[in-house]
Design a protein around this ligand. Structure first.
Ligand code: SF4
Length: 278
């Protein structure tokens, strides 16, 4: 049987609940196409989510799904992966879920190098709850909880994953649809913790307070301001504020958690094969 991208989607659940101009639907389609290109049987795929606009994405997938509490998607996903290592576990998180409320789980998942694929859609704010600032909102950006500007610098999600030990780290934007698919495919194929960060527009909240021109202006910004990291690194600090570094930042082969664990505990290898001390 050959799988089409629609075989991974609950098309009957569409249209999406997201606002017009939101980037979330673009990433759903790119992920479904990546799964089809890899020909992964839908019953071997688990989409794990937490809470937030992007956290609703599991509603639209015809794979297995686990919808957990805010900031805990990686903790649940870790349990799923260790319970059944044959599954492809893909964790969909917004910036709130991944590195604000869920920051600790994010750091430790990358450090442990659990074999998961995290797809973080970063729109710089808590869209679902009304546009409050998150740990990725840029310094001085306006949000509902910072009408005069955010007084703290935002996290660089990719740098956080890299520093914590992830095996694969890449960033693109909702404008660069083919790149989203390509990076997700590479991330799924990589053993160990993989991150694909997608910079995405939230025209309803973040855009309304920081962009003139609405959804189109936000997409134009992503198109024009996303540059390869090699070019970004040569920019002045002032230029960097208005640009987004994209590309693959990490692609390495550190042994993943389960491999190391099994080598240290041979008895567990036997248990996995049904012959252990049960
Ligand atoms: Fe998308 Fe923002 Fe609307 Fe949420 S509030 S669906 S993130 S545009």
């Amino acid at each position: 049987m050959t799988y089409k991208y629609t075989d991974y989607l609950k098309t009957e659940a569409q249209p999406y609940m997201w606002c017009p101009g939101c980037g979330d639907g673009i990433v759903v389609r790119a992920l479904a196409e990546a799964l089809a290109e890899l020909q992964l049987p839908p019953h071997q795929v688990v989409i794990a989510t937490g809470i937030g606009c992007w956290g609703k994405a599991d509603d639209y997938f015809a794979t297995h799904a686990f919808h957990g509490t805010h900031g805990r998607a990686l903790a649940f996903a870790t349990g799923i992966k260790i319970g059944n290592p044959e599954l492809h576990v893909i964790v969909l998180m917004g910036d709130g879920d991944a590195v604000t409320i869920g920051g600790n789980h994010f750091i430790h998942s990358a450090r442990r190098n659990i074999d998961l694929t995290a797809v973080v859609v970063n729109n710089y704010n808590y869209g679902m709850t009304g546009g409050q600032y998150s740990a990725t909102s840029p310094l001085t950006a306006r949000t509902t909880t910072s009408p005069r500007g955010v007084p703290e610098p935002g996290f660089d999600v990719c740098a956080l994953a890299e520093t914590s030990g992830a095996n694969f780290v890449a960033r693109t934007t909702a404008y660069h649809v083919l790149q989203i698919k390509k990076y997700i495919m590479q991330a799924i194929q990589k053993k160990g913790f993989s991150l694909v960060e997608v910079m995405s527009p939230c025209p309803t909240h973040f855009g309304r307070r920081n962009f003139a021109g609405g959804p189109l202006a936000m997409m134009k910004y992503l198109k024009e301001r996303a540059v390869p990291k090699s070019r970004f690194d040569k920019m002045t600090d002032q230029e960097k504020i208005d640009h987004i570094a994209t590309g693959i930042f990490v692609d390495k082969e550190r042994p993943d958690f389960l491999k190391v664990y099994r080598e240290l505990n041979p008895i567990n290898q036997l248990a996995d094969q049904g012959g252990g001390n049960k």
